[in-house]
Design a protein around this ligand. Structure first.
Ligand SMILES: [Zn+2]
Length: 296
């Protein structure tokens, strides 16, 4: 038994070593609010009249990103389904050779599965942050937060997740969503490729591309982004990392402040300092998941 295990691990190590030399690994984190056509809970909520259709739009946008990444040479692609219940993607539509992260909770949140062996990350279907006055479905992680800041800078999910990638030395190379999220992400992350698939008029209205036109744009930008990966700097935040959370409700801030590692900074806000983005992300996952049902 032991010998077999040893043999297997040596074989796995050598496979990994050869991939490290020749492979190109891409992580795709996929959300739904920033997908073309998506404007209200009729598309994003599981009981919405168009949710089943929106799952297909989301899946096809991910497929377009996969095509673009493969055209740029990607040999391994991992997709993290990162909206709602984490089970939106229609996985029968995804081609052989791709792996998919599903459901919650997971320690790395929307970036689960990422590590330092990856070469690039792509954000599909992303939306503006809760600190942004513009943007369809502008929110950060959950509607429970009115602001999420890292080291004093209010962040989008894109910036938060890019900081996780930065921990592993991996650059964010492309993002799709509405005009507001592309502008907001670029203001922090620099010139990653952006596919604007809709123009926001309000929290629940937009002028959108057709799904077909959105896919063509995403395919093109994903390819360009992966091709430009060496020119794009990973987003590395200073450590230790200071996470400030402001809640819509009073009680989550109070409950978290009972933990000795958490400081209450206001009636609705707390501060957590973690040694790096991994520790901070696990804390965020706990805060977002365990306290999400609180309505006081
Ligand atoms: Zn989101």
């Amino acid at each position: 038994m032991k010998r077999t295990a040893l043999f297997l691990s040596v074989a796995l190590l050598s496979v990994h070593a050869s991939q490290a030399q020749t492979g190109l690994k891409v992580h795709i984190s996929a959300d739904l609010e920033g997908v073309a056509g998506t404007v209200t809970r009729e598309q994003t909520g599981q009981n919405g009249f168009e949710y089943q259709k929106a799952r297909e739009w989301m899946t096809r946008e991910v497929l377009a990103a996969i095509e673009g990444a493969r055209a740029a040479g990607a040999t391994e692609i991992l997709v993290a389904d990162s909206h709602g219940n984490g089970q939106n993607l229609l996985i029968d539509m995804i081609p052989s050779g791709i792996e998919i992260v599903r459901s919650w909770p997971r320690p790395l949140g929307m970036m689960e599965g990422l590590d330092e062996s990856f070469d690039a990350v792509i954000f599909i279907g992303y939306h503006a942050s809760s600190s942004n006055a513009a943007g369809v479905f502008a929110h950060t992680i959950t509607g429970a937060f009115t602001e999420v800041s890292i080291n004093g800078i209010a962040v989008t999910e894109a910036a938060f997740n890019a900081a996780i990638a930065g921990h592993f030395g991996v650059p964010a190379v492309m993002i799709s969503g509405d005009d507001a999220v592309i502008e907001e992400a670029r203001s922090i992350l620099g010139e990653l490729e952006g596919a604007v698939v809709k123009h926001s008029y309000s929290f629940n209205a937009a002028r959108t591309l057709t799904p077909e036109d959105a896919r063509a744009l995403i395919r093109d930008k994903a390819q360009k982004g992966v091709e430009r990966r060496a020119a794009l700097e990973p987003y590395v935040v200073e450590t230790p990392v200071r996470l400030d959370l402001t809640f819509r409700r009073h009680l989550p801030a109070e409950l978290l402040s009972y933990l000795p590692s958490v400081e209450r900074t206001g009636s609705h806000s707390v501060r957590f300092v973690g040694e790096d983005m991994i520790v901070v992300t696990k804390f965020m996952e706990f805060a977002a998941t365990a306290l999400s049902g609180i309505t006081e």
